[in-house]
Write a protein that binds this ligand. Sequence first.
Ligand SMILES: [Zn+2]
Ligand SMILES: [Zn+2]
Ligand SMILES: [Zn+2]
Length: 122
Amino acid sequence: MTALVIENAERRLIEQEPNLDHLHGLSDERRQEIRRSLAGFRHAAQCDLNNCPVGFCCRYKHLITHHDLCRIPFPMSVYCVDCREWRDIMPYHLQYCHNAMCRMPICVWQRHRNDERPARAA
Ligand SMILES: [Zn+2]
Ligand SMILES: [Zn+2]
Ligand SMILES: [Zn+2]
């Protein structure tokens, strides 16, 4: 697997994310970072491959697992670098994710919460 192939795989995933053009307060660089994170988290949440050829897969799998396991209590958790990327990115993911089968933990959690809501009386 050459570096170029890996790069292309990442780029394809990143291109599937919204372009975030409406976020005027952000620099192009920051927007690109956010897209990359969105793509990384989205891919890693549904990837079952142990040796996934997508370069950033391993990193984002780690971040997802880390967020589940991180027991640094608030407010110190604010300083956890690994948790910070998750926290920064999830609001964007929630804004754009319309996938009812999304395996991102935050979406699974939200669906769960919606299910628990008592059914509205007709
Ligand atoms: Zn993967
Ligand atoms: Zn953490
Ligand atoms: Zn989702």
